[in-house]
Structures are given as structure tokens and as C-alpha cells.
Design a protein around this ligand. Structure first.
Ligand code: F3S
Length: 397
């Protein structure tokens, strides 16, 4: 790989041990993927923050990097394993909380903004079109590439941290124009609306792309989509298909920048959507947990939840998962009070997937196809998908 003199100095240890280790990680990655050089990144988002994922080995690596490592670019974190202020109310045990805080402290020591969210683009880690990034959370990577038109590969925890410390990432994959072309033309012959339906659509496309061994769909037939619908779609298509970039005709910024795939590879009908929805509803489910906010809820979604919950009482455990800055806006606008008076709980900094709640509940209702996938796979819950309205109806029933 061609390195600048500054990059070479980092590799030679002239900027300290953390920068040396970071450059070793990045040059190894670059060599594996035949990158010619590094590129400067505007920002970083680090995943694998939950102590559940990190364990002692991960913590040891973080502490070693924190000895002399300092970040060079704007860096935020993915959700942690608990709400950092409200963990007791959510039933997190003390030992876990202690270990989670040790990890957050190591990130903070390096200058990382310890806002833990999978929607960094809603809370100030907000790149613009064309900027290079090193983000790790799959739904955020997909959103950055597709909806914003920024450029990032899906980084692992160590490579994202290495980019934070050096301000660099190897230039390969989605950083290059030639790898951003649509590969599969997908035609939607039905209407989709709401976060649940966009998530279901993402599951269908993701499943199909997996079968075809392709990654980048060019999607037609969607006249409009909100930020919330797109974030749900991104989470789902990334989960079910490993997709980090899609083009949506007339919606995403690069849809007409590259040649449109010439043949329709598959079409999606209302029956397909119905079938996929039924696949995300388990038989004989007994719902004792409802959660909204996968990916993390926007203030717009929280306003809607407050409107629907006003004057009602929830009868089941109900979490709204969001970023702490978004929760602060909800506090200031009075939405939090309405929601908490109804008995629902905010779970800021965390989510129903990364929190250590395996087997704590029998059945979860969510508006997110991604949360269905991990609710089953990681937490062993039965799952049911529905709209935000349906989730709230279930919670107050
Ligand atoms: Fe975010 Fe957790 Fe869903 S990290 S995308 S809320 S699984």
C-alpha cells in the first residue's frame, strides 16, 4: 500500500503505541482488500460496545489502546448494553453495569463522544454527500451509503477504533465509485407505508439478494419514504441480506449516478409482503414485552408514541429505545412525561437486542424486522411485527 509520510510515521510508532497498532490494523486490512492507499475519514462510529459483546478480552484491548490513544475525528458509539442513567429500572444487574461502565470509560479516555446510538446521523455525527467514513453498525452503514450518499465499508469494532485514532481508512470497497453500481433491479408492485412495512420489504429484498449472491439492489416503485421508514428499511435489508448500499429510484441521491441494471431480477407483490409479514409473527406468541426504536427512535417517532399513549396505561413491559440526546429533546418537549406517566420506559443508550435480557421475556412485539431477527436469534423470544399503533394497542391491552 502507498502510505503518506505521516501514515508511515504512525506505522513506525512515531505517534505512539495506539497509533502504531491502529495503522497496523488498517494496513493489514488494506492489503487483504488490495487498497492502493488510505483515505481521510470525516467521522467514525464504533460498534461492539455492549459488555455482552466485548467481554474481558475486548476490554483489555480497549484499555491498551486508551493508554496513549486519542481520536483525531468525530467519533460516537453504537448502543451499549444498558441505559447509562436508568439501568436499575430496566432490570440490569450491578456487575454488568460496572463492567459496561469500564468499557465506556476507556472509550471516553480516548476522547470519543460516549453517545451510544445506532442512528448517529440523527444526533450530530451527520456526514454529507460524498464524505468518507468508517462506521460499524450495519443499519447506519447502509443509511450513510444509500440515503446520505456518504461512503463507508462496514467496519468491525477494532478497525473503526483504528480509524478514529488515525483519521484514516483503507480506500477499497464502497469508497470507490466502481463498487457502488446497482447490481439487481427490483420492482415493487405494491404500496408500503410505515416502519413495519418498510422493514418487511427490507427482509424480502435481503433474503432474495442472499439467494442471488448480490448485494446492491436498485429499487423502483416507491414514490416516497420518510427518514424513519428508510432507517427501518436499512436495518432490515442489512440484517437479512448483508446489504450496505441500495439505490431507490427518485429517493436516494446516487440512484441516477450509475447505470441502472437493465433487467428486472425480481418483482415484489402485495402477496409477497403478506407472506413475509406472516413469517415475522410466531405461532402461539404470548406477548409480555413491547419495544419501539430499532433503529433508535427519532424525536418524530417519540412524538407519535406520546400522542398515542396520552392518558393511557401500559400493561406490559414497554421500552422506547433511543439516543440520549433525542431523549433530552423528549424531556424538554414534555413527550417523556406523557410516555412515562403511561408506564412505558425509555431505554436510552441501549436497545432490546444488545441489552443482556436473553430469555427474560416470552414474546416481544416490535415495529422492526431487524428486532424480530435478533429477538429470535439472540434473545430466544417469540416475535410479532406490527405498526407503531399496533404495538401501542398491544401494550395497553
Ligand atoms: Fe440499533 Fe439495536 Fe436495532 S443497535 S438497529 S436498536 S438492534
Amino acid at each position: 500500500m502507498r502510505l503518506t509520510s505521516e501514515e508511515q510515521d504512525m506505522l513506525d510508532g512515531k505517534y505512539g503505541n495506539a497509533a502504531k497498532k491502529s495503522m497496523e490494523i488498517l494496513t493489514t486490512l488494506g492489503e487483504i482488500f488490495n487498497a492502493e492507499c488510505m483515505v481521510d475519514v470525516y467521522g467514525v462510529q464504533i460498534a461492539g460496545v455492549s459488555y455482552d459483546n466485548l467481554g474481558e478480552a475486548g476490554l483489555e484491548f480497549l484499555n491498551e489502546m486508551a493508554e496513549d490513544g486519542t481520536i483525531r475525528v468525530l467519533t460516537t458509539l453504537n448502543p451499549a448494553g444498558m441505559d447509562r442513567e436508568n439501568w436499575q429500572v430496566l432490570g440490569i444487574d450491578e456487575e454488568f453495569a460496572k463492567n459496561q461502565n469500564r468499557a465506556i470509560d476507556a472509550f471516553a479516555k480516548m476522547g470519543i463522544i460516549t453517545t451510544c446510538s445506532c442512528t448517529p446521523y440523527l444526533i450530530g455525527n451527520a456526514p454529507h454527500f460524498g464524505q468518507h467514513l468508517a462506521w460499524a453498525e450495519s443499519s447506519a452503514v447502509c443509511y450513510a451509503n444509500s440515503v446520505i450518499g456518504a461512503r463507508t465499508n462496514r467496519e468491525g469494532g477494532p478497525s473503526a477504533l483504528a480509524s478514529a485514532i488515525t483519521g484514516k481508512t483503507p480506500k477499497y470497497g464502497y469508497h470507490l465509485d466502481e463498487n457502488r453500481h446497482g447490481q439487481v433491479l427490483v420492482k415493487l408492485n405494491a404500496q408500503v407505508k410505515g416502519t413495519d412495512e418498510f422493514g418487511i420489504l427490507g427482509k424480502i429484498i435481503g433474503d432474495k439478494l442472499g439467494e442471488l449472491g448480490k448485494k446492491i439492489p436498485y429499487i423502483t416503485g416507491i414514490p416516497s419514504a420518510t427518514v424513519e421508514e428508510l432507517k427501518s428499511f436499512c436495518a432490515s435489508v442489512a440484517t437479512y441480506g448483508g446489504t450496505a448500499l441500495f439505490h431507490m429510484e427518485d429517493i436516494t441521491p446516487e440512484y441516477d449516478k450509475y447505470p441502472r441494471p437493465s433487467e428486472i431480477m425480481f418483482e415484489i407483490s402485495q402477496q409477497d409482503l403478506n407472506r413475509a409479514r406472516s413469517e415475522l409473527i410466531d405461532d402461539d406468541i404470548e406477548i409480555d414485552f413491547v419495544s419501539i426504536g430499532c433503529p433508535h427512535a427519532s424525536i418524530h417517532e417519540i412524538a407519535e408514541i406520546a400522542r398515542l399513549l396520552k392518558g393511557k396505561t401500559v400493561k406490559k413491559e414497554f421500552w422506547i429505545t433511543t439516543a440520549r440526546p433525542t431523549k433530552k429533546i423528549a424531556d424538554e418537549t414534555g413527550y417523556s412525561k406523557i410516555i412515562e406517566d403511561a408506564g412505558a420506559k425509555f431505554a436510552a443508550d441501549t436497545c432490546c437486542v444488545v441489552a443482556p435480557i436473553k430469555e427474560r421475556f416470552k414474546g416481544i412485539m416490535v415495529d422492526s424486522a431487524k428486532a424480530c431477527y435478533y429477538g429470535r436469534a439472540k434473545n430466544k423470544f417469540k416475535v410479532k411485527i406490527g405498526s407503531i399503533e399496533a404495538c401501542i394497542e398491544e401494550a395497553i391491552k
